[in-house]
Design a protein around this ligand. Structure first.
Ligand code: SDX
Length: 431
């Protein structure tokens, strides 16, 4: 990978010892200290809860500039990709490093299409989850179970991996769609190979209840939303996928873990929490002030959902794209969604409030996306599933990259122990 190493460029004086370390500069000039020998040479570890100052790898998939609000995938700016590609093209780019040419796209698209089905036993398995199960729990467990259907088929290792990638991209939308339908007593709808990726998901989910005209409008918006969710370098869920992959666990195990991490309301679960927050405001006569007050109250665990980001210290560029998708979608569907006004009002008040401005808290990718999903008739509890459908491409891209990484080793952080010092054992009858 294209990185520059500067020998002995960093010095650490600790406990009378001097450790000289190399520094590394990335393609976009971000820099790191290579602390590979820190513990061996000094006996010290670096303690960084939440890893805000710690790089876990060198990666070529995505670059983020949090200060400038810039994101590019394999060198292509996200807004360019969102404006000119469909999701499968971007998924191909993330995983292969280049945008597909016509022949490559045709083959990739037919691979996905050929695998866009849920066999009878997979449908039976899905139908047996409690109908009250959260869609993310169903998705995570069904993805893990795919190893039972497709794992260790004796296929040559890399063919197996390629096919695991295809199956996950192809089947995730169908698992989500059928989970929605079976909970409402509706039958499985087979894919329509004449439809694009996003449109086929809407077809599998809503069937004849959605007119082809409205489905096409929604699909155009959904393709863009899947693209802006596709990858975001070493976020919590992607790092989880890498962590699980580092033990040589199978693809489905790694992706199942990534789904679990994304589900959290501080991460991908925020889009569901944003809509609940906006609806709460609406139900309380637009009482924005109490929400802002609670978000600023250190004694209140409530956070302003859809606001703030570990990396972006300015407006999340994906939130800008999401807002334009929402405006375009609502206009084309002829939907008047008052939550948009509530969201914009909340954003305006927060961005005039020193608490948020001084902490660089701006809208993130989750702030507007739920409004688009709501307009499509997708239930709140499926919003993070929509995030998962997009992020599947990024997780797989990082998993493939990690598998090829010459420096790959099992991820195993250290710690500082703060428990009881060593003590003698006391038998039960003496305690
Ligand atoms: C995603 O990493 C990624 O790239 C994630 C993601 C992706 O594509 O994978 O971009 C997707 O997860 C977006 C984020 C979605 N989550 C939310 O919208 C939940 C609300 N946001 C916060 O929980 C928070 O902003 C995080 C979790 C997103 C970031 O947390 P950090 O980096 O640990 O920030 P922090 O807690 O260090 O915050 C710094 C200060 C603190 O106050 P002080 O201690 O300085 O007084 O800002 C405050 C925080 O209390 N703060 C907030 C806040 N976010 C941070 N206060 C109120 N509301 C918020 N939303």
């Amino acid at each position: 990978m294209n990185i520059d190493t500067t020998k002995d460029a960093a010095k650490l004086e600790v406990n009378g010892k001097t450790l000289v370390m190399d520094t590394i500069r990335g393609v976009e000039n971000e820099q790191a200290i290579n602390s590979l020998n820190l513990r061996k040479e000094t006996g010290y570890i670096n303690l960084d809860p939440g890893y805000g100052n710690t790089g876990s790898c060198v990666s070529g998939v995505t670059f983020l500039d949090g200060e400038k609000g810039v994101i590019h995938h394999r060198g292509y700016e996200l807004k360019e990709l969102a404006a000119n590609c469909n999701f499968l093209e971007v998924a191909y780019l993330l995983m292969n490093g280049e945008l597909p040419n016509t022949a490559e796209y045709k083959q990739w698209n037919s691979q996905i299409s050929e695998n866009s089905y849920l066999g009878p036993s997979l449908q039976i398995l899905l139908n047996h989850y409690p109908s009250r199960s959260h869609p993310m729990s169903v998705l995570a467990s069904v993805v893990l179970s795919l190893n039972g259907f497709y794992g260790d088929l004796g296929e040559e290792r890399f063919y197996q991996l390629d096919m695991d990638v295809v199956r996950l991209i192809a089947k995730t939308p169908l698992i989500a769609a059928h989970d929605y339908r079976r909970k409402r007593g509706m039958q499985y709808i087979p894919s329509d190979p004449t439809l694009g990726y996003a449109e086929n998901f809407l077809h599998s989910m809503f069937g004849v209840n959605l007119s082809p005209e409205r489905r096409k409008i929604m699909a155009d918006s959904l393709e863009k939303l899947l693209i802006i969710h596709a990858d975001h370098e070493q976020n919590c869920s992607t790092s989880t996928v890498r962590m699980i992959s580092s033990s040589d666990a199978n693809v489905y195990a790694a992706i199942g873990g990534g789904i679990g991490a994304l589900w959290g309301p501080l991460h991908g679960g925020a889009n569901e929490a944003v809509i609940k927050m906006l609806e709460y405001i609406q139900m309380h006569d637009g009482d924005l002030a109490s929400v802002i007050k609670r978000a600023k109250d250190k004694n209140d665990p409530f956070k302003l959902m859809g606001f703030g980001h570990r990396v972006y210290k300015t407006y999340d560029p994906r939130a800008t794209i999401a807002k334009s998708v929402v405006d375009d979608l609502l206009e084309k569907l002829g939907v008047d969604e008052p939550l948009v006004d509530t969201a914009m009002e909340l954003e305006k008040i927060a961005l005039e409030d020193d608490y948020f401005v001084s902490r660089n808290l701006y809208p993130n990718v989750d702030f507007y996306t739920g409004i688009a999903y709501k307009a499509m008739g997708i239930p709140k509890e499926m919003f993070t599933v929509m995030f998962t459908m997009g992020r599947m491409a990024g997780w797989l891209a990082h998993l493939l990259e990690f598998r090829e990484d010459e420096h790959r080793r099992i991820c195993r952080p250290r710690q500082i122990y703060a428990g009881s010092p060593m003590r003698d054992f006391v038998p039960l009858d003496k305690r």
